[in-house]
Design a protein around this ligand. Structure first.
Ligand SMILES: [Zn+2]
Length: 197
């Protein structure tokens, strides 16, 4: 379950725009990508978070500087994936790394259902032996915690504590204001935050 790519709608939930610095999109991207790397699904709750997650331009800034501040060109990515990707142009992981297009097998490998997804997996080296064994290791850790230590299990598969309250933010523009009620912070307030995802 932890390496199942998300079921997704065609479009992003959030639509902030107009920030002068791309770093300002961070809370929106954390929420949009469920607090994990868009490429490898590494979670914030598995590490120290500080400096481990970056805001990646999937169309590189060097090739497409006009997209530098475009929310739709930004994804939440771990440092490993962002550095493997470097200046490669890749397909939008929001569209091509989702449940219907990629499956994680019990041996830790990724099985793409689509040519574009296959290319993306190759570009990010997501099927390397190291990543496959990393997935198997986490699947075992989570299975053991589920069996032996319920509190640890929910810590590993639940949401982080510090969910951003997006309705408090004031981006210069927001094309999807209705999504504010849909952010994970608002869901927790309504008592609808899943314990595991
Ligand atoms: Zn990653």
């Amino acid at each position: 379950m932890i390496f199942d790519y998300p079921e997704r709608q065609e479009q992003r939930r959030h639509g902030p725009a107009g920030y002068a610095e791309y770093e300002s999109y961070r809370p929106w991207l954390r929420d949009e990508f469920d607090f994990r790397c868009a490429y490898c699904l590494k979670r914030e709750t598995w590490g120290q978070v500080t400096s481990e997650f970056e805001l990646d331009h999937f169309e590189p800034q060097s090739l497409n500087p006009q997209l530098k501040l475009d929310y739709l060109n930004l994804v939440y990515a771990c440092r490993r994936c962002n550095s493997v990707k470097r200046d490669q142009t890749v397909a939008d992981p929001f569209r091509f790394l989702r449940a219907t297009l990629a499956t994680t097998l019990p041996d830790g490998s990724l099985w793409p259902h689509d040519r574009e997804t296959q290319r993306l997996i190759r570009q990010l080296d997501l099927n390397s032996p190291r990543l496959r064994s990393w997935r198997v290791m986490w699947m075992r850790i989570v299975a053991l915690a589920k069996d032996r230590d319920t509190a640890l299990y929910f810590q590993l598969v639940g949401f982080p504590e510090d969910l951003p309250n997006l309705s408090k933010l004031r981006p210069p523009q927001n094309a999807r204001k209705e999504s504010l009620e849909d952010c994970w912070f608002a869901r927790r307030q309504r008592g609808f935050l899943p314990g595991a995802y």
